[in-house]
Design a protein around this ligand. Structure first.
Ligand code: 4NP
Length: 159
């Protein structure tokens, strides 16, 4: 096995949900010894928080679970990301719509672009709720951890 894969998580502000998923996924990848084979990143569709570290609610929940997030800074999703990443996982359906507009025609029909909750169909919810508004970072963490475990299995099978 030598192929490389890469995962980009996308949300709105790139300070709450997608950085949480980035940090959790990187942690799981590191635990499996696959850090040099699987690259992880995150980006936002909105520009309010560019260059900012993860939200204090995301930092708090990651601290409680012993997961690192040092050096992470919010950035905007861009057109080149579509070719650069193997998987582009959007935290909600609006993020998916906005990202596919950035990526251009046809991107929405490609299997590399999907929503995070498609990884957890048994939950019966379409979107990872935005804790920026709800404040419920623990609920988001539970979804993110479960979904990242499923995603890592998928990535490993397709490496
Ligand atoms: P995120 O949450 O998309 O999970 O990072 C948000 C962060 C910031 C804003 C909205 C959602 N905002 O409006 O600034």
């Amino acid at each position: 096995m030598s192929a490389k894969a890469s995962v980009l998580f996308v949300c709105l502000g790139n300070i709450c949900r997608s950085p949480m998923a980035e940090a959790v996924m990187r942690h799981l990848v590191r635990q499996e010894g696959l850090s040099d084979r699987i690259e992880i990143d995150s980006a936002g569709t909105g520009d309010w928080h560019l260059g900012h570290p993860p939200h204090e609610g995301t930092r708090g929940v990651l601290d409680r679970h012993g997961i690192r997030y040092d050096g992470m800074k919010a950035r905007l999703v861009n057109g080149a990301d579509f070719d650069r990443f193997t998987y582009i996982v959007c935290m909600d359906s609006k993020n998916l719509k906005d990202a596919s507009e950035v990526f251009g025609e046809g991107s929405n029909e490609r299997s590399k672009l999907f929503t995070f909750m498609e990884l957890l169909p048994e939950r019966g919810i379409a979107d990872v709720p935005d804790p920026y508004y709800s404040g419920n970072f623990d609920h988001v963490y539970e979804l993110v951890e479960a979904g990242c475990k499923v995603l890592l299995q998928k990535v490993k099978e397709e490496l």
